[in-house]
Design a protein around this ligand. Structure first.
Ligand code: HEM
Length: 266
C-alpha cells in the first residue's frame, strides 16, 4: 500500500462508535443523557447537603468528614468523584444545549413547525437558571475548594493544626453579605431548575403517566424544597449570627475542651 492510499483512506468507525453516534444524534438519546446525568447530579447534591449539615454538629465533625473525603481510597476517591461529576455536568450541559438548538431549528422550519418541539416558558427559564448555576459552581469551587482567598486558605483546625479548618472557612466565607446574597439567588434558581428537572427525568424515563403526574410533581417539589432549606440554612444562620465561630477557635485550644454544637453554644 502506498503512502498516499493511507492518507486518502477515511477512518473507519467501529460498530460501537456508530451506535454511540446514532444514540447521540437522536433526540431521545440526548434526553436520556440529560436525565441520567441530571439524576447523578441530584444524587451529589443530596450527599453534599447532608455532609454540609454536619456543620450543626460542630467543628470537629465537619472537619473529620472533610478529612475523610480527601483521604478515602488513599486520596483517589475524591478525584473519582470529581471526574464523574465533571463528566456528568459537561454532558448535561452539552446535551441540553444541543437539544435546544435542535428544537429551535425544527421550530424555525416552516414544515417542521410542531407544538411539541416549541420551547416552553419553563424550558427558557431552565436555560437561564442552568447558566446561573454554572456561574455559581465556578465561583463556589474558587471560594471553598481552590480557596483563592488566602485568608480562607490559611485557616487551620485549632484542635489539629495539620488539617484545614473547613468549619471556620465556611463561617468566615459567609461573613460577606454579598456572598450570602449570591448563594441565596443561585441556590434558589438551582432549586427552581430542579423542581422542573426532576419531573422531566421521570417523563424521559417513561414513568410519567396521567396517574403518576401529580405524585411526580410533588416529589420534584419536595426534593427541591429540602435541598433549598438544607443548603441555605447555613449561609442564612451565619448571616443572622445564629451560627458563629467566635469562641470556637480559642475554646478548642483550651485543655479538656469538649466540643459542643455551635447552636448550643449560643
Ligand atoms: C450553602 C451551601 C453550600 C456549602 C456550605 C458548601 C460547602 C462546600 C465546601 C466546604 C466545599 C469544599 C470541601 C472541601 O474541599 O473540603 C464544597 C465543594 C464543592 N461544592 Fe459545595 N457547598 C454548598 C452548596 C453547593 C451547591 C449548591 C453545589 C452545586 C450546585 C455545590 C457544589 C460543590 C462542588 C462541585 C464542590 C467541589 C468538590 C470537590 O471537587 O472537592 N456546593 N462545598
Amino acid at each position: 500500500m502506498q503512502k498516499s492510499d493511507v492518507l486518502l483512506k477515511k477512518p473507519q468507525m467501529n460498530s460501537l462508535g456508530r451506535t454511540l453516534l446514532r444514540f447521540w444524534n437522536s433526540s431521545i438519546g440526548k434526553k436520556l443523557i440529560v436525565a441520567v446525568t441530571g439524576l447523578m447530579l441530584v444524587g451529589f447534591l443530596v450527599g453534599h447537603m447532608a455532609g454540609n449539615l454536619l456543620i450543626f454538629q460542630g467543628r470537629e465533625d465537619l472537619n473529620d468528614y472533610a478529612e475523610f473525603l480527601h483521604h478515602m481510597l488513599h486520596g483517589w476517591g475524591v478525584w473519582f468523584v470529581r471526574i464523574g461529576l465533571l463528566t456528568a455536568f459537561v454532558l448535561h450541559i452539552v446535551a441540553t444545549v444541543s437539544l435546544v438548538r435542535q428544537n429551535r431549528a425544527a421550530r424555525d422550519s416552516r414544515y417542521a413547525h410542531d407544538a411539541t418541539v416549541q420551547a416552553s416558558g419553563s424550558s427558557r427559564i431552565m436555560i437561564w437558571s442552568g447558566l446561573t448555576v454554572l456561574a455559581f459552581v465556578v465561583f463556589h469551587i474558587l471560594h471553598f475548594t481552590v480557596r483563592v482567598d488566602s485568608q480562607l486558605a490559611a485557616m487551620k483546625d485549632p484542635g489539629d493544626p495539620a488539617r484545614h479548618d473547613v468549619y471556620g472557612m465556611v463561617i468566615a466565607g459567609f461573613s460577606n453579605p454579598l456572598v450570602v446574597l449570591f448563594y441565596i439567588v443561585a441556590i434558589s434558581l438551582l432549586c427552581s431548575h430542579l423542581s422542573h428537572g426532576i419531573a422531566s427525568i421521570f417523563q424521559t424515563l417513561g414513568l410519567r403517566t396521567v396517574k403518576t403526574r401529580a405524585a411526580i410533581r410533588a416529589v420534584g417539589l419536595a426534593v427541591s424544597v429540602v435541598l433549598w432549606l438544607g443548603f441555605l440554612s447555613i449561609p442564612f444562620l451565619v448571616a443572622t449570627g445564629v451560627l458563629k465561630d467566635d469562641k470556637g477557635a480559642a475554646a478548642n485550644l483550651s485543655p479538656g475542651h469538649v466540643q459542643q454544637s455551635p447552636l448550643a453554644e449560643n
